[in-house]
Design a protein around this ligand. Sequence first.
Ligand code: SF4
Length: 409
Amino acid sequence: MAVCTGCSLLCDDIELEFEDGKISLTKNLCRKGEGRYRSLREDRLVPAVDGAKVGFDEAISRAAELLGDAENPLLFGWSNSSLEAQRIGIDLAKKLGATIDDTSSFCQGYLMEKVLRGEYPTCTLDEVRNFADVLIYWGSDPSSSQPRHMSRFSYFPRGEKRQRGYDEDRTAIAIDVRKSPTVVIAADGFFRIPPGGDAEFIEALLAALGGKIPKVKDKKMKKKILKLGSTLRKAEFGVVFPGLGLIYSLKDEIDKLTPLITRLNEVSSYKLIPMVGHYNMRGFNQTLLEETGHINRVSFKDGVEHGTQFAVTEAVNDCDALMVIGSDLISALPAAISKKLARIPTVAIDPHRNLTTDMARVTIPSAISGLEAGGSALRMDGVKVEFEPVIKSGYRSDVEILSRIMEAV
Ligand code: SF4
């Protein structure tokens, strides 16, 4: 069996057939995973310096030069790298006295930190499959982002204590601003809220859980929230799956989620699993936490420092060299910040071309994890998954690339 690294579910039941050393048939991949496999043949990056193709060794030595000469290098990405590569990346940041940050810095970081520090109760996806009876998809759309989430773990499968099938044994609730593909599945439990309305919804739900009338103008919605309060109270094993919709809506008010999680655990038993997108974001957060006491936004310039000034969105103002690994930073950030990036000498390590690699001074192509390179990663629920390469290729793994840069700086 192969492991798909197309998202943070790290599906480990992928069956493959080969013809002439090439994959001729795949089983159990979702459409996103299929795309990952197809990308083996699409838009691969080449080693280059200032737009001119060079050999691998030349690209490594120019990357080392660029990073080694910098006063304030910034190393960013990491959520699409194996645990082994992340560890070397952290050591490289230490050696360079660099700032290191990852994609969690502007997405699931807050919730992941709460989970990793044990402040929010959590569980594994296997426990969800076996025991969960109430599922809350809040600002998340697994049908699009983690397409096998509902079929392998959360809604459809039968489990140890959930033998009668999803229609009798599980209640799916979707809270969202739009009718996403997940909402279509959880149609009976859909709560459409206005953009930015999550904080108000949390307050209404807290009132309903406390036996009070929620302060909601819409009478139908008021009734629905009261009924939801009663459903949530009756749960045996509830799980909240928060997505970016919730995080971006709450913004600075994200702390408002804490009293709700506390209250849910007073009336019943509820867990939370952040709906991480990239296959090993959790791995980076956990590894950096073990090394430094922080999950992201760390500078090694003067010992270990942590703060919002070391978030990639701020650190780009002061950095004089940037290394991006496994991320299209330019596409991910607002245009004003992306413009700043275009002026910073950048090393980009990635299997594929993207906007960031197109503007980078040095590009280094890498192998695709789970297909061309082995290693291990942490699934969105923290379960460690190991993977082997399934095909031979000339591309180097992130581990090899980072080790070479480390030796050269
Ligand atoms: S759900 Fe995610 S890990 Fe599983 S096959 Fe699809 S993309 Fe790959």
